[in-house]
Design a binder for this molecule. Structure first.
Ligand code: HEM
Length: 534
């Protein structure tokens, strides 16, 4: 067809109709949005724009910017009813930010309220098709099996591996410091690779050595997997579901195929060995899982076993590394606290420590870590009702998108969750207080006397004062696992180095569990302690 043949008049008319249709669509959705906002008992964040909703008010939409904005909105729009509504890229979200409202949602779990479909979809899409993203009978079966392999009895078997991985990390930094004239190390990547190594060893019985080979296929599956979950969670189109090419559209496909093939092979080798030799390694997750499947007569298929191993990487690695990143940042910028903790754990014998010692012999360290978990927790979790449920004096329809603001419920100043202890320093819940969970051993002796001994109480998990590992039957089965690794790492770190932020460090701020710093990383200047210099 020639250029002159085009009927420009018709084209203009079609274009005009399309523009007016689009404009009336936007106007109608604006009117619907305003009318539906008026009917609800909670406030709606103003400033809605077509297609993007309130996203343009989130300072570029990075994770910390989003958390900061939601925190600001919770104080602005959520105080009256304990919740508010906003629109993120066309998805209406009910943000629940106070204990009483959170209870209304959490009491309906696990069946009337589930993880949100967006979370399930994003997590499943990266290969973590395990208990975290499962629901209904599938979840019931897998939770029983997975939890039984992570209970305190089995945890005894994992302690040496967890300690060993923590030691290996600190030794790596010791070697690095010897080589480098300024003693500065970047910490974030290693803080992720060391817990990933524990998952490799404990879950698969394999030393995948992420710490020294961060370019390996399984390491890439894990690292790229986190990025893919964040990216895919907010994407309005599930492009990864497109047959053949979907997983490759954002470049994740190659990591998924290679990483999964390796994990699948390790499991097949393990099965073959188990058939040939009934005395396979009994001190690792796979053995314990297969034992539990036999005992319970409850078999998971090969794909679900892979999915649960990938889930351990997805659920346990980033969370642990962000906790430790926050802990190191706090100690690096508070020398007094660092010195007090070092004093406290200096005689802790890591090599000889049994599971119970981690919980009883270092109360201040334990209280510090509880507080890091509380104050710098995963701030938000997505849920949805599977049927209409009562909420805030009205009915929340099936399928509504709920963001439960765990952190806000625990740390807000004015109406915090009941049961957050104030500790010997009488600290309000909105303040970070490392001694919060300490109580005097001897009630009669004054709390501030030098002779006073302290013990650490466990945060209450019945109420909502400690939601860092979730709530109720869906709470995290990996809590002891990550705690033991973190204790071992912090003890070794404090026994080996004094540390501070590197000179001329760019500005850093922590928003919930995330550092606002270049690459969300920090550089530490590590000075070996005199007693450790060799
Ligand atoms: C600092 C480290 C960790 C934190 C802060 C953390 C936090 C959480 C949270 C908040 C949940 C959601 C609970 C809920 O929905 O109520 C969860 C679930 C889960 N976590 Fe962890 N977690 C950590 C480490 C781990 C580790 C090391 C593993 C495994 C080795 C693990 C495995 C899981 C699994 C399988 C679930 C799903 C449970 C279910 O849906 O029933 N987590 N975790």
């Amino acid at each position: 067809m020639l250029f002159e043949d085009i009927d420009w008049y018709s084209c203009q008319a079609v274009f005009g109709v399309a523009v007016s249709l689009f404009a009336s669509l936007i106007a109608t959705s604006y009117v619907i949005q305003q009318l539906s906002a008026k009917k609800k008992p909670w406030k709606t964040v103003p400033g809605w724009l077509p297609l993007i909703g309130n996203f343009h008010q989130m300072d570029g939409g990075s994770r910390p910017a989003m958390i900061q904005t939601l925190e600001k909105w919770a104080n602005q729009y959520g105080t009256e009813t304990g919740c508010f509504e906003c629109d993120l890229l066309g998805r209406r979200m009910l943000v629940v930010c106070r204990e009483d409202r959170a209870k209304e949602i959490l009491s309906q779990r696990p069946f009337k309220v589930t993880r949100s479909a967006d979370v399930q979809e994003a997590v499943n899409s990266v290969g973590a098709t395990g208990v975290f993203a499962a629901e209904g009978d599938q979840w019931r079966q897998e939770k029983k099996l997975v939890s039984s392999t992570l209970n305190k009895i089995h945890m005894q078997d994992y302690v040496p591996t967890l300690m060993d991985s923590a030691l290996t990390l600190v030794k790596k930094w010791e070697a690095q410091v010897k080589e480098s004239p300024d003693g500065v190390v970047f910490v974030k990547q290693d803080l992720g690779h060391a817990p990933a190594d524990t998952v490799g060893k404990v879950f698969l019985g394999k030393d995948l050595n992420f710490l020294h080979h961060p370019e390996s296929d399984v390491a890439e599956l894990v690292t790229q997997g986190f990025k893919a979950i964040e990216r895919r969670f907010f994407c309005p189109i599930n492009y990864w579901r497109i047959p053949i090419i979907g997983q490759d559209l954002d470049g994740y496909g190659k990591y998924l195929r290679r990483g999964m093939a390796i994990i699948s092979q390790v499991i097949k080798d393990f099965e073959a060995e188990r058939v040939a030799n009934s005395k396979t390694q009994s001190k690792m997750f796979l053995s314990k899982l297969y034992d539990a499947m036999e005992q319970e007569k409850s078999k998971l298929d090969h794909e679900r076993i892979i999915g649960n191993v990938v889930t351990a990487f997805a659920a346990g690695v980033d969370t642990t590394s962000l906790t430790l990143l926050a802990a190191l940042y706090i100690l690096a910028t508070n020398k007094e606290m660092q010195a007090e903790l070092r004093d406290h754990i200096m005689t802790f014998d890591l090599e000889a420590a049994k599971l119970e010692d981690y919980y009883s012999k270092a109360p201040l360290l334990k209280s510090f870590l509880h507080e890091v978990h509380r104050y710098h927790c995963t701030p938000i979790m997505g849920f949805q009702p599977t049927q209409d449920i009562p909420f805030c004096g009205t009915t929340l329809p099936k399928g509504s998108r709920i963001l439960l603001f765990f952190r806000q419920v625990m740390v807000q100043k004015d109406s915090p969750a009941e049961g957050v202890p104030s500790g010997p320093d009488d600290a309000p819940p909105n303040v970070f207080s490392p001694r919060r969970y300490l109580v005097p051993v001897n009630e009669d002796s004054p709390a501030n006397s030098k002779e006073q001994q302290w013990q650490c109480v466990d945060p209450l998990t019945k109420g909502l004062s400690f939601l860092s590992f979730g709530h109720g039957v869906r709470s995290c089965p990996g809590r002891s696992y990550t705690e033991i690794f973190s204790y071992a790492f912090l003890v070794k770190m404090l026994q080996t180095f004094e540390f501070e932020l590197a000179p001329d460090h760019p500005p850093v701020k922590i928003v919930a569990d995330t550092l606002m710093a270049p690459d969300r990383d920090i550089q530490l200047k590590l000075t070996p302690l005199a007693s450790n210099k060799s």
